[in-house]
Design a binder for this molecule. Structure first.
Ligand SMILES: NC(=O)c1ccc[n+]([C@@H]2O[C@H](COP(=O)([O-])OP(=O)(O)OC[C@H]3O[C@@H](n4cnc5c(N)ncnc54)[C@H](OP(=O)(O)O)[C@@H]3O)[C@@H](O)[C@H]2O)c1
Length: 372
């Protein structure tokens, strides 16, 4: 009834005219949709990708913090140290990054979301790294900086001066982590100081003092084997080493050291994770690595870097190639079967040390106890 009534009042228009009207109406609503949603969205995308937007967010304190990398998919974005500090699980390593190249690498890293730089006095590029960090506008508290005490600064009276030099070059007043770079001490004459090499406790005590003074937040070691770690831990330490930074890669995966460190609550950091410049090509060509990469649709480098984090270590890939820097941060949890396959392959062959300066320094760094 009612429909009849209405049709009586509003006679139906010509059907062609009606279709035309409707067409006009729908193209008008598409235009309206584009103007209301798509254009502002595109404008926001463009704006949000601009450096100005990122810097404004950082200044307002909304930047990604030390522990908030959004790139880490299904893997821990950080590990917590005994101090309570959260160390990001991926760092940019800068060894062998020439001063001219390192600036571009650190800039690319910070823009990609890295908040952890692995430095050392001996790398000779602390000033350049400090410059880029400062120019980034990212608050100091949001970037984790590690540096290391070189072999010729182990004498307790030399430690603070070495730290001050690194602080000044990096343009900061504290380091998040400071490591004894090698269990090797050189004397003032440049020769091996056997006593301080075999007993680094005097150096360690000075590092503890540096924590008390606030110049460094966390302290640790690098290149210490289990024997050296146990001997250091047997001393009356006020602060235990928070980390041990060691060579860990497919060639030298050190499962015993990893197990031991986990039991002791000492975090390992994987250096030369891709096999360093000497063996990176070979690493990325390994059939197991290539298979997993294909299966997951990620790159071989991403497979290896993810594997390290999944083993429970911080990982320190180095690259001065901006596209690789970005690639190396995009890690993802590996399915258990893929992880087990890589772990088995890495731990089933005879270990090969990719980096071993023992012959050069005249010290067996790994096994033999030196005579005092
Ligand atoms: N505590 C210690 O005694 C110690 C010793 C060694 C290293 N470390 C630390 O660990 C960091 C890393 O170790 P590392 O430099 O020996 O070795 P690495 O990270 O295993 O390998 C670096 C090599 O891999 C290449 N690379 C990086 N990403 C790649 C990718 N996605 N695809 C293909 N190639 C890629 C780099 O080339 P490009 O740079 O040309 O891109 C470079 O040749 C050092 O920078 C340092 O911070 C510490």
């Amino acid at each position: 009834m009612s429909s009849n009534k209405s049709s009586a009042r509003h006679p139906s228009p010509n059907p062609r005219l009606k279709a035309k009207k409707q067409q006009k109406k729908s193209s008008f609503s598409i235009l309206r949709l584009v103007a209301t949603f798509v254009v502002p969205y595109m404008a926001f995308l463009l704006f949000s990708r601009s450096g100005f937007f990122k810097k404004t967010l950082q200044r307002l304190g909304f930047s990604k913090g030390k522990s908030a990398s959004t790139y880490v998919d299904g893997l821990p974005t950080y590990f917590t140290l005994p101090s309570g500090d959260k160390i990001p699980s991926v760092a940019l390593g800068v060894w062998k990054a020439e001063p001219a190249d390192v600036k571009g690498a650190v800039k690319a890293a910070l823009e990609a979301g890295y908040r952890h730089i692995d430095e050392a006095w001996a790398y000779g590029n602390e000033a350049e790294v400090g410059e880029v960090i400062k120019a980034s506008g990212i608050p100091r508290k949001d970037i984790w900086i590690t540096s290391k005490l070189w072999n010729n600064h182990h004498a307790p009276e030399d430690v603070e001066g070495a730290i001050d030099e690194s602080l000044s070059k990096l343009g900061t007043d504290y380091l998040d982590l400071y490591l004894i770079h090698w269990p090797v001490a050189f004397g003032k004459d440049g020769k091996l100081d056997v006593k301080l090499t075999e007993d680094p406790y005097p150096t360690w005590k000075k590092l503890e003092e540096m924590v008390e003074k606030g110049k460094v937040k966390n302290i640790g070691v690098a290149n210490f084997n289990i024997r050296r770690m146990e001997e250091l831990l047997a001393q009356p330490l006020k602060i235990k080493p928070a980390v041990n930074q060691v060579e860990l890669n497919y060639w030298n995966p050190q499962p015993e050291l990893l197990k031991w460190a986990k039991e002791k609550g000492i975090l390992l950091q994987a250096y030369s994770p891709l096999g360093s410049s000497d063996k990176v090509k070979e690493t990325l060509e390994l059939p197991e690595v290539k298979d997993v990469a294909k299966e997951l649709g990620i790159t071989p480098a991403q497979v290896i870097i993810s594997w390290h984090i999944q083993r429970g270590t911080v990982v320190l890939p180095k690259s001065v190639t901006p596209s690789r820097v970005v690639e190396n941060l995009k890690v993802t949890a590996l399915p258990q079967a893929a992880f087990d396959r890589l772990e088995k392959a890495a731990t089933s062959h005879e270990p090969i040390k990719v980096l071993d300066p023992s012959p050069h320094w005249g010290v067996d760094l790994w096994d033999v106890k030196l005579k005092k």
